[in-house]
Design a protein around this ligand. Structure first.
Ligand code: ZN
Length: 142
């Protein structure tokens, strides 16, 4: 059975739900009507008084791309000083709005043998060299 790609409106709903948890963000879905401008992005709103426009595309679907008109509309909004971007997931939208910080890089060194180091958000369960379970933590970059 062919896996169905996630529908665009599902992503839109998830993005809106997440953005609504931020008190300094107001987000609206733009409904395509005869009164609207063709090609305008799916979502718009404000973050701390800064206007944003986000076009939503389906994740993992190369056929889901901006049309020429959508690209042009995004450029118009950007030229007017708006924050603009294309989101394929909630994380993309948060990134466009500057709501995600990069994960700090942490280096873990085995306390016992000192020969095993590991970089990641969490310490490994045990050292593959000596089996020790405790690691020294060192933040490499914020
Ligand atoms: Zn060790």
């Amino acid at each position: 059975m062919r896996r169905q790609p996630t529908l665009e409106h599902c992503i839109v709903a998830r993005i809106m739900k997440t953005l609504r948890t931020y008190p300094h963000v107001v987000v609206r879905k733009r409904h395509g009507t005869a009164m609207g401008v063709a090609g305008d992005p799916d979502l718009y709103g404000t973050i701390n008084g800064g206007h944003f426009e986000i076009e939503v595309k389906r994740p993992n679907d190369p056929s889901s791309q901006l049309t020429k008109l959508q690209e042009q509309r995004l450029q118009e909004w950007a030229a007017g000083g708006s924050i603009v971007g294309v989101a394929r997931c909630v994380h993309d939208a948060l990134q466009i709005l500057g709501l995600v910080r990069p994960e700090p890089r942490v280096r873990w060194t085995c306390e016992s043998c000192r020969r095993y180091t590991w970089e990641g958000a969490y310490a490994p369960a045990r050292c593959p060299n000596c089996g020790h379970r405790h690691f020294d933590k060192q933040v490499v970059a914020a």
